[in-house]
Design a protein around this ligand. Structure first.
Ligand code: UDP
Length: 353
């Protein structure tokens, strides 16, 4: 069996690391990795391939720095060329980026089977580019690997029982990654305070809205007066802050780090504050409460179980929640499977008929 894996963004490298490891245990499966180039900085791309020992991409499409239309269009064209040449049995795609939708669309029109890992997630906010990518990708996928029961429910509500595709509850591939790479944690070479908050901000709805970004940074500045805040900053956010007159106080801003450094900090921090999808779950995997600076989340089970709270981009709410909120500290609940998503996914592909 020949699989072409399409990846292009940081969270996809992390997920592919776990799945490629499992694929490599099967001599009868050949995996060819296509890197679309969506993330290209050394610390947003290369470091993950090195640290997590992801097989080198056989194709580097180098498509980045473009608007949604040009980026997705160029990916579609280039991925199609690769698929025509390689004639895989499956195209494997992850999550909700432009690389995901481009891979799905190129494959489907060539009648190549599409496997979507992290299917069925919804924020119900159609203004998010990720939501559009997910919905369209799910609809043309042949096999949909759902990380959670909620994801399966979402698909059922959209009528997927009557759509010709296979839905598998695989568990969450990021849990596999967290378990495997936990042992390999690496100190990020900065002074790590005894008690600190780990924060990230990168989602377009926050970075592209100056009021939202200002409120979030204002809240972090104030929280940082009492508790140190470490903020590995996404290049998109860094550029916007650089071009603005935002005042940064009390924050330790660092360049993006590799996954092993993130694991190190996740294990030691007191709290996670983020607008990232993946990090909300990692907070849970590493038994840390999470304050999510968004108005909605795809990972609703974390909210329902009180491990995570949505605080939007309101300065007062963020500060008050940080000061007063009582999170659930009993993390001994299975929300995302037990770290065997990769096995489940590979077995389903092998036994697909
Ligand atoms: N991450 C990382 N280095 C960083 C910041 C984040 O390795 O400096 C990891 C993080 O631990 C998580 C993933 O990147 O596994 C999340 O990616 P991101 O927040 O870019 O995307 P999202 O999950 O929101 O799609």
């Amino acid at each position: 069996m020949k699989i072409i894996t399409i990846i292009g963004a940081r969270p996809q490298f992390i997920k592919a690391a776990a799945l490629s490891r499992e694929i490599s245990n099967h001599n009868n499966i050949e995996e060819i990795i296509v890197h679309t180039g969506q993330h290209f900085d050394a610390n947003m791309s290369e470091i993950f391939f090195e640290q997590m020992e992801i097989p080198s991409p056989q194709y580097n499409l180098n498509i980045n720095g473009l608007g949604h239309g040009a980026m997705t269009g160029q990916m579609l064209e280039k991925i199609e060329e690769v698929l025509i040449k390689e004639k895989p049995d499956w195209v494997l795609i992850y999550g909700d980026t432009n690389s995901t939708i481009a891979g799905a669309l190129a494959a489907k029109k060539l009648h190549i089977k599409v496997a979507h890992v992290e299917a069925g997630l919804r924020s119900f906010n159609m203004k998010m580019p990720e939501e559009v990518n997910r919905i369209l990708t799910d609809r043309i996928s042949d096999i949909l690997f759902c990380p959670t029961e909620t994801a399966i429910d979402n698909l059922q509500k959209e009528g997927y029982d009557n759509i010709d595709c296979k839905i598998v509850k695989s568990g969450d591939i990021m849990q596999d990654a967290a378990i495997f790479y936990s042992k390999k944690e690496q100190n990020p070479n900065i002074e790590i305070p005894k008690e600190f908050i780990l924060a990230t901000i990168h989602r377009a709805e926050n970075t592209d809205d100056i009021n939202r970004l200002g409120a979030i940074l204002g809240a972090l500045n104030e929280i940082g007066e009492k508790t140190p805040v470490i903020l590995p900053l996404h290049p998109r956010t860094a550029k916007i802050i650089q071009d603005s007159d935002f005042v940064i106080k009390n924050l330790t801003i660092i360049d993006p780090v590799g996954y092993l450094e993130m694991v190190y900090m996740l294990k030691r921090c007191k709290l996670v504050m983020t607008d990232s999808g993946g990090l909300q779950k990692e907070a849970f995997f590493f038994t840390k409460p999470c304050l999510t600076m968004r108005d909605e989340t795809e990972w609703v089970e974390l909210i329902e179980n009180n491990f995570n709270i949505l605080v939007g981009a309101n300065k007062e709410i963020i500060i008050n929640t940080n000061n007063n909120y009582k999170f659930n500290t009993n993390f001994n609940v299975d929300l995302y499977g037990n770290g065997s998503a990769a096995k489940s996914i590979v077995n389903s592909l092998i036994n697909y008929n």
